[in-house]
Design a protein. Structure first.
Length: 175
């Protein structure tokens, strides 16, 4: 049933006869997407290409802007999404108004802290060297993924993050 609703409501293809057999709607949708992509390429080119756009943080701003726009349409119901803001079950949708935030119990928190302390104690002899190698890899612009996979076996996310902050600094969003 949901597939039928998605085709009818979200895609709108059921409003047209034979949408996949040389229909005008597929050609029109393809042309619209192509036009939008080429317009975006032009905007990036105006900013000096990809590197120029990155320096002015164009892509990041565009992603944030589009995300906010999408979420606004989704929450107002202007952009129908089956099971999220249209055709809800009798219980409603947990994505729109969650009833409660699930929190960890004190026991779970303590268990997680103990697990972290055990990781630090178990790998204390190799942690410093591993983090130094990771920093060196970052400084020399080498393969970070490979090194991160190895370091994550011995170090916590906090240790890795702090080590990388030391060599690369921390990102601060421009306002």
């Amino acid at each position: 049933m949901a597939i039928q609703l998605i085709i009818n409501r979200e895609l709108g293809l059921a409003k047209n006869e034979n949408p996949l057999q040389g229909s005008f709607i597929i050609e029109e949708l393809t042309d619209l997407v192509e036009e939008a992509v080429l317009a975006e390429f032009d905007r990036i080119t105006e900013r000096g290409g990809v590197l120029g756009a990155m320096e002015t943080m164009y892509q990041r701003g565009k992603i944030q802007e589009e995300s906010l726009y999408y979420e606004t349409l989704k929450h107002t119901g202007e952009f129908p999404i089956i099971g999220v803001n249209t055709f809800l079950s009798s219980k409603g949708s947990p994505t729109i108004l969650p009833k409660e935030v699930i929190r960890a119990t004190e026991e779970e928190k303590e268990q997680q802290i103990q697990t972290l302390n055990n990781l630090h104690a178990r790998n204390a002899s190799v942690t410093k060297d591993m983090l130094h190698e990771l920093q060196s890899t970052a400084i020399h612009n080498e393969n970070m993924f490979e090194k991160l996979m190895e370091v994550s076996k011995y170090c916590s996310l906090g240790q890795i993050t702090n080590a990388l902050f030391e060599v690369g600094g921390q990102y601060r969003r421009n306002m």
